[in-house]
Design a protein around this ligand. Sequence first.
Ligand SMILES: *Cc1c(COP(=O)(O)O)cnc(C)c1O
Length: 412
Amino acid sequence: MEQTTRAIHMGFPSLEDSHAAAIAMTSAYDFTSAQEASDRFNGVAEGNIYSRFTNPSVEHFEQKLASLEHADAAVAFASGMAAYLALAITFLKQGDHVLLASGIFGTTTHLFRQYFGQFGITATCVDLDDPHAWQEAIQLNTRMILVESPTNPLLKVADLAGLSRLAKHHDALLVVDNTLLSPVNQRPLAHGADLVLHSTGKFIDGQGRTVGGVIAGRKAMIQPLKGYLRSSGTCMNAFTAWVLSHGLDTLKARMTLHEQNARTVAAWLREQPCVQQVFATFSEDHPQAAVIARQQCGHSPVLSFVVDGGQDAAWRCIDALQLVSRCTNIGDTKSMVTHPASTTHCRYSPEEKAQYGICDGLVRICVGLEASEDIIADLQQALAASQKKQSPQQPQQSSAKGQLNQEVAWQS
Ligand SMILES: *Cc1c(COP(=O)(O)O)cnc(C)c1O
C-alpha cells in the first residue's frame, strides 16, 4: 500500500474501556451495507447518519440533560438563541401570537418582536408576577407562553403551575427558560411546562467555555424539533457536548457552593448603607416567597442590588472592581458583574425599563465559586469608590488580580 493510503486507513484506537467519555469528533459514519444506509436514512433502522443531526457525544449530553429534567428527550442546539429560533419555527406559524414575560433576556424579546414579527407572528409582553395580566393578555390565537423563572436581573418568579393551567385552557404551549436555576434547582416540567429550555453556556457548562442551547420535554414535542434541526443545521458540536456532559457531573456540587456564596454576599450587601435594595430569590421578603418554596429546590447565585447615586455610582462601583470581572455572562466559576440598563437590557425603551424596574443604579452580580470573603472584600472597596464623586483609579499592580498574576509570573 502506498504511504498516503496507509496513513489514511491505519484506523484508530478503540476507547471502549476508557474511564472518561471519548469525543465523537466525526462528520460521518460507516454503514455495513447499502441496505443499512438506506434504512437509517429512511428512519427504518436506528443509528448514526451524519453529525449535523446524529452524533454520539451530542446524544449523550441530550440524554443526560433529559434525565436531569425528568424529560423523555432533549435536543441540543448551537446556542440558546438557536434553540429559541427552533422553538418558533417548529411550533408557530403566520398569524400566531406569543406571550412573553416582560423583562426576560433582551435578545429573546428582540428575536420575537423584530424577526418573527417580519413573518406575521405577534408578541405581547406581560408582567411575570401578575396572574390577571396573563389572563387579560391571552388571545384566541395565542399559541405559546414563554417565561424565564426567575428573571434576570430582578429575580421575579412566575407561578409555573398557574401559567400551565392557563396555557392548557387556551391550547398554547408553556415554555420555561430554566437557565438561571439549572435542573438541579428547578424542574419546570413537573409544574406543567411543555418544554424547558437552557442556554447551556451558563451553569451547565459552569466555567464559561462554550456556547450552546438545549430543549427538553416529551418525545412527541422533541421529535419535530429534531426534524427542524436536520433541515436547519443549527446543531451543537461534539466537543461542546462533551464539555457540557462533564459539566453536568459537577452541576449539583457547583450550584450548592454558588448558592452558599450568594447568600453570604447578599447578607453582606443588605448591611451596606449605600445599597438601597437587594434582589435574590432566597430573600425572606421576596414577594413570591410561597411560589418559590413550591417550585424551586434551590436558588440562583444571580443577585442584583441598587446602589445610591444612579448610573454614575453604579459605573464607578463596576469600574473599581479588581477581582470580580466586568462581564455580561452568568454561570461561571468567576464572579461577574454587569450594569443591566446599559448592557443586557439596553434595547428596552426607557418606559419599559422603568416599568420592569431596570433602574440606573442597578448592578447585577453572578456570584462565583471564589472564597466569599474575597468577593466581599472586592465589593467593599468598589462600593466605597462608588460613593466618591471623582472616578476611581485604574486597577493597579497592587490589585488582587495583579497580585495573583505577579505570583504566577514569578513561579513560572
Ligand atoms: C444567555 C441566555 C440566553 C441566550 O443564550 P445563548 O446561548 O447566549 O444564545 C437566553 N436566555 C437566558 C436566560 C440567558 O441567560
